[in-house]
Design a protein around this ligand. Structure first.
Ligand SMILES: [Mn+2]
Length: 331
């Protein structure tokens, strides 16, 4: 795979030859997408070019702490919505997608075709799939804990200094995708965390951003308590058909279940009327991305999901169990 130095060289020359750089994180922006976007914007600024970060999520779609951190960042960074961007959109803009490589997950899905292939740049840690954005250049490292991990390495090779405030954003990005350094981690992740702490990142600040909502946690733990752990070492929980959960709650349930000595965990529940979602998490042995692909979903080896419209929860559970019976999809 390409090294970070190669990425630096490529990104630098693209930025220098562009007038405007548009940074596009995924929809329903989270701390990883946000922090990596901020990091890229610092790189652009360092090269004396203009950048904007495109965020177009309706407020109700965002976690309240993500929203308040973004609102704070608006003072220092050029954060704009899609409508504003489209007015000034230029086919010579360099568009850098971060923490995402699928066109259905970005707000400018319909505009992508107007952007020159050479001006689409992807930095991500998710597997590619059929929905991936066509581009002449991407840097995708599925071994990286987060997009932010890649970006912090980039900031290091660019030798860019950043404030403690930004170090906090970056650490929050890594914390989110590693469940506070308990999954998807590598020695590199810890080196980067050390670097961020040396630059003033503080756990106590970030802990407040990750404060949980008590009522929602109660729902999560009620669901966790219903899980069945199978002898093939996976946990599965099927929520009550009459209840509705958020996708984040289902993700928390499967994250929690990984603590109990299983290789993989699956939480199935309604997320909408006529919409059932599975949140899947794995430690190492099982490739949940492959399993979710079989159910029309996606993700990576460790973290994946799907949405299904045509079944009840029990049927979805049965289909899933059929898929995950041994042999595992280890690959
Ligand atoms: Mn991410």
């Amino acid at each position: 795979m390409e090294t970070i130095k190669d990425l630096k060289v490529n990104l630098e020359s693209k930025i220098l030859s562009s007038k405007n750089v548009v940074i596009v994180p995924h929809n329903r922006i989270d701390f990883d997408a946000f922090a990596s976007a901020i990091g890229i914007s610092l790189i652009v600024e360092n090269l004396k070019k203009q950048s904007m970060i495109l965020i177009d999520d309706p407020i109700y779609n965002l976690d309240s702490s993500v929203k308040s951190v973004i609102d704070d960042a608006r003072k220092k960074f050029n954060i704009i919505n899609k409508e504003k961007y489209i007015k000034t959109m230029n086919k010579e803009d360099l568009v850098v997608f971060t923490d995402v490589n699928k066109h259905n997950l970005v707000c400018i899905n319909e505009q992508i075709k107007e952007i020159d292939l050479d001006n689409r740049f992807i930095i991500d840690h998710h597997d590619k799939g059929t929905q991936s954005i066509e581009t002449n250049y991407d840097y995708i490292n599925t071994n990286a804990s987060s997009a932010t991990e890649i970006i912090v390495k980039l900031l290091n090779v660019f030798k860019i200094k950043y404030s403690s405030e930004i170090a906090n954003y970056l650490l929050a990005g890594i914390y989110l995708d590693t469940n506070k350094l308990t999954k998807n981690i590598s020695p590199d992740t810890f080196k980067i965390v050390a670097r961020l702490m040396e630059n003033g990142a503080s756990n106590s600040v970030i802990d407040n951003w990750f404060a949980e909502d008590f009522e929602s946690d109660k729902r999560v733990f009620e669901l966790v308590s219903k899980a069945i752990i199978f002898k093939y070492s996976y946990a599965i929980v099927m929520a009550d058909d009459s209840l509705e959960y958020t996708r984040e709650e289902l993700a928390k349930v499967s994250d929690q279940l990984l603590k109990y000595g299983v290789d993989a965990a699956f939480a199935i529940g309604n997320v909408d009327e006529n919409m059932i979602s599975i949140s899947a998490r794995s430690k190492e042995r099982v490739n949940v991305g492959e399993i979710m692909k079989e159910l029309d979903g996606g993700g990576n080896r460790y973290s994946a999901a799907t949405k299904l419209t045509d079944d009840n929860i029990e049927e979805v559970g049965k289909r899933l169990i059929k898929l995950i019976e041994p042999p595992y999809i280890i690959k």
